[in-house]
Design a protein around this ligand. Structure first.
Ligand code: DC
Length: 227
C-alpha cells in the first residue's frame, strides 16, 4: 500500500520543494509547501508596517491573516499560488527582504501554532506531500513516510545563488552563503520546533545528486517497503 501522508523536512535549499513537487505530481498527491505560509506572514508584516521584532503584534497578525495555497493560477513558472487576504503574493514572498526576516517570524511560538493548526487541517484525510522544517516531527508525527533531505552548506548556497542569478539578481555567492549560515543557525536553534531529523525518517544527502537521482531513490524506497 502506498503511503498517503508523506513529509519532507530539511534545511534551506536542500531540494525539498523541487523534490516534493515532483513526488506529489508523480503520485497524484497534493503538494503543500508550508514555508510559503511563514513567508506570507512575514510579507504581511513588512507590507503593513508591523515591526517584525514585535512578537505580540506579528502573532496577532498571523492569527487573523487568511492564507490560501491553491493550484497555480498563472502560467509563469509558479508551483502554486499563495493568497494573503485574497491578494496574490506568490512572488512577493520570495524577495530578499522576506528571506532576511522569515526565520525570525517563524521562530515565534504563537505564529507557529497558528500555522500548524492550519497545516493539520489541510492534511486531514488527504493524500499529501507536505514540505517544511517540523512536518515529520511536530505537524504530522504519524505520517506514513518521513523524508529528510540535506546537503552541504556550500552546495545549498550554490543552488540558491544560481536561482537568484537566474532571476536577474546581482548577488555575490559569499553573501548567499553567509545568509544560509544565519538562517540555518536560527532554524536549528530556536526553542519551538527546531529543525531536526524526525524519528524514523529516511535521510538523503542530496549533495552532488541530480533531482532525478533523488526522486529515483525515494521511489525505490517506496517499492522496497511496499508489501
Ligand atoms: O522553506 P522556506 O525557505 O520557504 O522557509 C521559509 C522559512 O520558514 C524558513 O526560515 C524556515 C521556516 N519554516 C518553518 O519554520 N517551518 C516550516 N514548516 C516551514 C518553514
Amino acid at each position: 500500500m502506498k503511503p498517503s501522508t508523506i513529509t519532507i523536512d530539511g534545511p534551506v535549499a536542500s531540494g525539498k520543494s523541487t523534490i516534493g513537487e515532483m513526488l506529489a505530481r508523480h503520485l497524484g498527491y497534493l503538494y503543500f509547501d508550508t514555508g510559503a505560509m511563514y513567508r506570507a506572514v512575514t510579507w504581511a508584516a513588512l507590507a503593513r508596517g508591523v515591526p517584525v521584532e514585535d512578537e505580540a503584534a506579528v502573532t496577532a497578525l498571523a492569527r487573523q491573516l487568511h492564507i490560501d495555497i491553491t493550484p497555480p493560477t498563472a502560467d509563469d513558472g509558479r508551483q502554486y499560488t499563495v493568497l494573503a487576504d485574497g491578494e496574490d503574493v506568490t512572488w512577493a514572498i520570495r524577495t530578499p527582504e522576506v528571506d532576511a526576516h522569515v526565520s525570525v517570524v517563524s521562530a515565534y511560538s504563537g505564529v507557529r501554532w497558528a500555522m500548524v493548526a492550519q497545516q493539520r487541517r489541510i492534511a486531514q484525510g488527504r493524500r499529501v506531500v507536505m514540505v517544511g522544517r517540523d512536518i515529520g516531527s511536530v505537524v504530522l508525527p504519524d505520517a506514513d513516510l518521513k523524508l529528510y533531505l540535506d546537503a552541504t552548506p556550500e552546495e545549498r548556497a550554490r543552488r540558491r545563488w544560481l536561482e537568484r542569478r537566474a532571476r536577474g539578481e546581482n548577488v555575490a555567492y559569499e553573501e548567499v552563503l553567509a545568509m544560509m549560515w544565519r538562517r540555518d543557525e536560527i532554524d536549528s536553534h530556536r526553542t519551538v520546533s527546531p529543525l531536526r531529523i524526525p524519528d524514523g525518517a529516511l535521510v538523503i544527502d542530496t549533495t552532488g545528486l541530480s533531482v532525478e537521482e533523488v526522486l529515483a531513490r525515494i521511489l525505490q524506497h517506496l517499492e522496497e517497503t511496499d508489501p
